[in-house]
Design a protein around this ligand. Structure first.
Ligand SMILES: Cc1ncc(COP(=O)(O)O)c(C=O)c1O
Length: 319
């Protein structure tokens, strides 16, 4: 064998894929979007608004670019957006947040979730996840070195009522290595909106086992049938042990802008900011300015967003 052939052989023999990546597949829902585009199918797999974003926020993005907001924003987020996020959390959920020490703006809530897990998990830690679940949580946990532990959400009997979980089963997965629980409410894919009583039960377990809650609240404003969204961070004893993740994608119908955030106590924020800095440096600067404008839209905007989705669900709108 010539030297070149030997080198080729060595290259082929070496395993260039990490063990971690063998533990999960590519995203199924994002593959479905590609398939749907190719075949002209209706895409129910990925939360993918097929209608325009609000004109005001598109204009704010254009204005920011024209005003040359085109360089790196502060790594953990433009001040205007962090202030708007803090204002909104207080207004909607009564959670008081310091925008200087508790908010990290990321490239979508996707980055906020993995940056959080990388910031808090060590190898051997466990992360509790309700299943079925938004598929990122599994790979995110694995990439952060943690082991996902699943708890079943049970479908409503005879299709009526809400999805539920078994209290004893949930208690059973909490143990000494549990570092975090991920709570996605309103939930993808079930649509379940966790009740205050369910969140209180989760709170009690987090306190008893000294666990951090990471909530994904990206669908906070898309609610049906009079349901109300409650942030876990607003429950007594949870502000100091909750990372609240949210973003612009679904609320403002701008999934391609990639602006999301994590709100957490200062010490956890400090860790998230470090990870975020080395993952992506920062989210798109002009779109963060547009984010500040978006988060200043009146309450009627959120009502009409939910009403629009409700009408489409019920078939009373053909849009
Ligand atoms: C539950 C949930 N969280 C997060 C995301 C991704 O959000 P982002 O676009 O902010 O990264 C999605 C997208 O479908 C989702 O369904």
């Amino acid at each position: 064998m010539s030297d070149t052939a030997g080198l080729h052989q060595q290259f082929r023999n070496k395993q260039f894929r990490s063990d971690k990546v063998t533990l999960f597949t590519e995203s199924v829902i994002r593959d479905m979007t590609r398939q749907a585009m190719m075949h002209g199918a209706v895409n129910l797999a990925q939360g993918f608004p097929d209608f325009p974003a609000p004109a005001e926020i598109k204009r704010a993005a254009q204005d920011a670019i024209a005003a040359d907001v085109n360089q790196y924003a502060i790594t953990w987020g433009a001040k205007s957006l962090r202030q708007a996020i803090a204002r909104q959390m207080e207004q909607w959920q009564g959670v008081v947040v310091n925008p200087e020490t508790q908010v990290t703006v990321c490239c979508g809530s996707t980055e906020a979730m993995i940056a959080t897990l990388l910031a808090i998990c060590n190898a051997g830690d466990e992360v509790v996840i309700f299943e079925p679940y938004y598929e990122n949580y599994g790979p995110d946990s694995i990439l952060s070195g943690a082991k996902p532990r699943f708890v079943k959400l049970h479908p409503p009997p005879a299709g009526d009522g809400d999805w539920t979980f078994d209290e004893q089963q949930l208690r059973g997965v909490f143990q000494k290595d549990t570092k975090a629980i991920i709570v996605n409410t309103p939930n993808n894919p079930t649509g379940k909106v966790f009740t205050r009583a369910e969140l209180e039960l989760i709170r009690d377990l987090c306190v008893e086992f000294n666990v951090v809650a990471i909530t994904d609240e990206i669908y906070e404003h898309i609610l049906y049938d009079g349901t109300k969204h409650v942030s876990l961070a607003r429950l007594e004893g949870m502000a100091e042990r909750t990372v609240t993740i949210n973003g612009m994608s679904k609320t403002y119908s701008v999934t391609g802008w990639r602006v999301g955030w994590a709100v957490a106590p200062p010490s956890i924020t400090d860790a998230i900011r470090k990870v975020h800095d080395f993952l992506t440096v920062g989210a798109p600067a002009p779109l963060q300015e547009a984010g500040a404008a978006a988060l200043s839209l009146p309450a009627s905007y959120y009502q009409s967003l939910a009403d629009g989705y409700g009408a489409r669900r019920d078939g009373s709108s053909r849009d």
